[in-house]
Design a protein around this ligand. Structure first.
Ligand code: MN
Length: 230
C-alpha cells in the first residue's frame, strides 16, 4: 500500500473570500502578458491586437495583502505590475467566449512582481521567464470578491500608488483581450480548473520598488491591496 507521504506535503495555497469564512483553494496561476496597449508601448512592443500570450507563477508564491514583500535575491530592478485577477470557479477546455463568465467565481486585485533585469535578459536570450516572474512572494493578491456580490466588471479604474504617489492608472475597459476572451483563449491551451487564478495584465506606469516602499493599489468596485517592501 502506498498511502503515506515520506514528508509532510506543502500546505494548499489559499485566498480569503470577502465577507465569508470560507477559503478559495488555488490551483494554478496564469498571467497574461502585455494586455493594455499603453503598457505594450512602454515596453517597446506593438500595441495592436496580437494573440494573447501567457506565463505562470507558482501558487505558493502568493502573498496576502497586508503581508511584507521580501525584496528578492539576484536582482537590482524589481518592478510592480498592478493587475485585475480572475478567480475561476469552474474549469473546462475550449470554453466559448459567451460562456466564459459562467466559469468565474470572483475577482481580486494582485501585483505581478517582476525581476525586470532577469526578465529582460531572458527575453534577449530567448530563455524562459520563470526567474523573472515566478520567484517567492511574486504574486501578492487581495481577498477574492465573489461575482455573486459584484457581478462581472467590464470597466473600472485600476491604479497603484507607491508611498502615496500615483504610479499607475488605467481602466478595465482598456484591456486588449477582455476577461471572457482571455478565459476562452487560455482554455484552448490548458485544461482550466476551479481554483485557477488569471492575472490579466497591467496598464502603463510600471516601475521599480525599493526596500521600505509602500504599495497600495486597487480596482474600483473590487478590492484594494497593501504591500510593504522589506
Ligand atoms: Mn503582468
Amino acid at each position: 500500500m502506498h498511502n503515506q507521504f515520506v514528508f509532510e506535503p506543502a500546505p494548499q495555497p489559499v485566498l480569503e473570500i470577502s465577507n465569508s469564512d470560507k477559503l478559495f483553494p488555488v490551483h494554478r496561476i496564469y498571467c497574461v502578458g502585455r494586455n493594455y496597449a499603453d503598457h505594450a508601448i512602454e515596453m517597446g512592443h506593438d500595441p495592436n491586437r496580437e494573440p494573447p500570450f501567457f506565463f505562470q507563477k507558482n501558487p505558493d508564491s502568493l502573498l496576502k495583502s497586508g503581508q511584507d514583500f521580501p525584496y528578492p535575491s539576484a536582482t537590482n530592478d524589481v518592478h510592480f505590475e498592478m493587475e485585475l485577477v480572475v478567480a475561476m470557479g469552474k474549469g473546462g477546455v475550449n470554453i466559448a467566449v459567451e460562456a466564459a463568465l459562467d466559469h468565474v467565481f470572483g475577482y481580486a486585485v494582485g501585483l505581478d512582481m517582476t525581476r525586470r533585469d532577469l526578465q529582460g535578459e531572458a527575453k534577449k536570450l530567448g530563455r524562459p521567464w520563470e526567474v523573472g516572474k515566478a520567484f517567492e512572494a511574486s504574486a501578492p493578491c487581495s481577498q477574492i470578491v465573489p461575482a455573486s456580490a459584484i457581478g462581472h466588471p467590464a470597466k473600472g479604474a485600476i491604479w497603484l500608488t507607491v508611498n502615496g504617489i500615483e504610479r499607475q492608472r488605467g481602466d478595465l475597459d482598456q484591456l486588449i483581450w477582455n476577461i471572457p476572451e482571455t478565459i476562452a483563449y487560455l482554455s484552448t491551451l490548458f485544461s482550466l480548473q476551479a481554483g485557477d487564478l488569471i492575472f490579466t495584465g497591467t496598464p502603463a506606469g510600471v516601475g521599480a520598488i525599493h526596500r521600505g516602499d509602500e504599495m497600495v493599489g486597487g480596482v474600483d468596485g473590487i478590492a484594494e491591496i497593501h504591500v510593504k517592501v522589506v
